[in-house]
Design a protein around this ligand. Structure first.
Ligand SMILES: C[S@@+](CC[C@H](N)C(=O)[O-])C[C@H]1O[C@@H](n2cnc3c(N)ncnc32)[C@H](O)[C@@H]1O
Length: 410
């Protein structure tokens, strides 16, 4: 008689589990990226509810047995759902997450975010020995903006951006809500996806092979908040606010969610000109008369008035000098009783979790002079500038945001 071992009888050395998990993760990432690039999830989406390996293989000219094993692998990652009929014939469909975030036909998308890891973070990591020795990022986003106008970020010393150029040229002042069109969303080509950072470069590639890198980067930013924007804007009751300005609002994803949740609120997405130019094209034609775009540099230019300011993934990107300057400006612009909603992933007080925040804190050393902080770090920072009643809500799940609400006293 054959004896069957139960899992309690046999276990590999659990001390190897974290290592195996990371090694397997690298393979998982590569497989997912390749499937995005060849458009496999899009094919499955377009074939309707469920489809067999044979159908996809026939349509795309793939070898059915290799495809069958790839589809099973994707099902084991929960990227696909695999069902078997009564005869045991398997069929596949995109999981709800894949359908929402990894297909080109739907929004919001995490495709840009997934691509940016390979295009930007991995090449920067190749310079780890240099970073460790010099203690300085190879690519300083802030300097990058000052030098070549890259959209990622700009330092307090960045030369003054021509204020409202976009507004004038495109008639997009506060009185002119933008008509958005999904069809103008930047198209993601199948291959290549994003130009990689050249090995020894200190500059982000701007435009290569006809690919608009800035649009891709904005899509990457959108991917950060795609899964949690709705929880972010509902974390606190903000209904008493009439007007909001999303400083460094990037693609405006959080502002659009804010507009859906608080239909009476007028919201301005404020960012550097090249960002606003792309952000306008990426947004849906909803909330006409509610969302406005304004170009400017929040260090140099006047910021629009509001009784609520949003700062999402902005504070963590700058050094203390820049943050102090920005918080002072926001405080002086706010009316008494006004609020600031700060959205950053917060480090636990022991600074060893959550993993995404700890990793991001390290990734910041590759990209900028910024850092992640604990809640008590933030409390000190905000109270130094006169803010009171600092509250914190944790956003559960795998995401890059928690939310803090602070007040200017009456
Ligand atoms: C990491 S992104 C965050 C985008 C968005 N708030 C979010 O949470 O998804 C930071 C944004 O700040 C903008 N930014 C950086 N420096 C700026 C400046 N001096 N003035 C205005 N916007 C700036 C960048 O262009 C970028 O869109």
């Amino acid at each position: 008689m054959t004896e069957v071992m139960t899992s309690a009888d046999a276990h590999s050395d659990p001390s190897a589990d974290p290592i195996m998990d990371i090694i397997a993760g690298a393979t998982r990432y590569k497989i997912m990226m390749q499937c995005i690039e060849i458009g496999l999830f899009d094919e499955i989406e377009s074939l309707g509810e469920t489809c067999t390996a044979e159908t996809i293989a026939k349509k795309c000219g793939y070898d059915v047995s290799v495809l069958e094993r790839l589809l099973s692998t994707l099902a084991s990652y929960n990227l696909l759902q695999k069902d078997c009929n009564r005869k045991g014939m398997p069929s596949y469909r995109n999981s709800s997450g894949t359908s929402k975030y990894l297909t080109r036909s739907r929004r919001p998308t995490m495709i840009g975010l997934a691509m940016s890891v390979d295009a930007m973070i991995h090449p920067l990591l190749d310079n780890l020995p240099m970073l460790l020795k010099s203690g300085k990022p190879k690519l300083d986003i802030n300097k990058n903006v000052a030098d070549n106008g890259n959209i990622l970020s700009s330092s307090p010393n960045h030369q003054k951006t021509p204020n409202n150029i976009m507004d004038k040229e495109n008639n997009m002042g506060p009185g002119s809500p933008i008509k958005q069109n999904m069809s103008s969303m930047p198209h993601i080509p199948k291959m290549p996806c994003m130009p990689k950072m050249p090995p020894n470069s200190t500059k982000m590639p701007m435009e290569k092979n006809g690919i608009d890198y800035q649009a891709k980067f904005l899509m990457a930013m959108e991917g950060f908040s795609a899964s949690c924007a709705s929880s972010i804007v509902k974390a606190f009751d903000l209904s008493q606010h009439r007007s909001a300005v999303d400083l460094g609002g990037g693609p405006g994803r959080i502002s659009f969610e804010m507009a859906n949740t608080y239909p009476h609120m007028k919201i301005t997405v404020f960012d550097l000109p090249p960002v606003i130019q792309v952000a306008q094209k990426m947004q849906q034609p909803c909330s006409q008369g509610q969302i406005f775009f304004k170009t400017g540099n929040f260090f140099e230019d006047e910021i629009p008035s509001a009784d609520l300011y949003l700062l999402g993934h902005v504070i963590h990107g700058f050094d203390l000098k820049g943050i102090d300057r920005l918080l002072q400006k926001v405080y002086s612009k706010l009316p008494p009783g006004g609020s600031v909603l700060v959205m950053e992933k917060i480090l636990a007080e022991n600074r060893t979790e959550p993993e995404l925040a700890v990793t991001n804190d390290f990734v910041m050393t590759l990209l900028s002079q910024g850092q992640e902080r604990t809640f008590s770090d933030y409390q000190k920072l905000f109270s130094k500038h006169g803010f009171v009643n600092v509250q914190f809500k944790h956003i559960d799940g795998l995401n890059y945001y928690d939310v803090m609400l602070l007040k200017k006293p009456f």
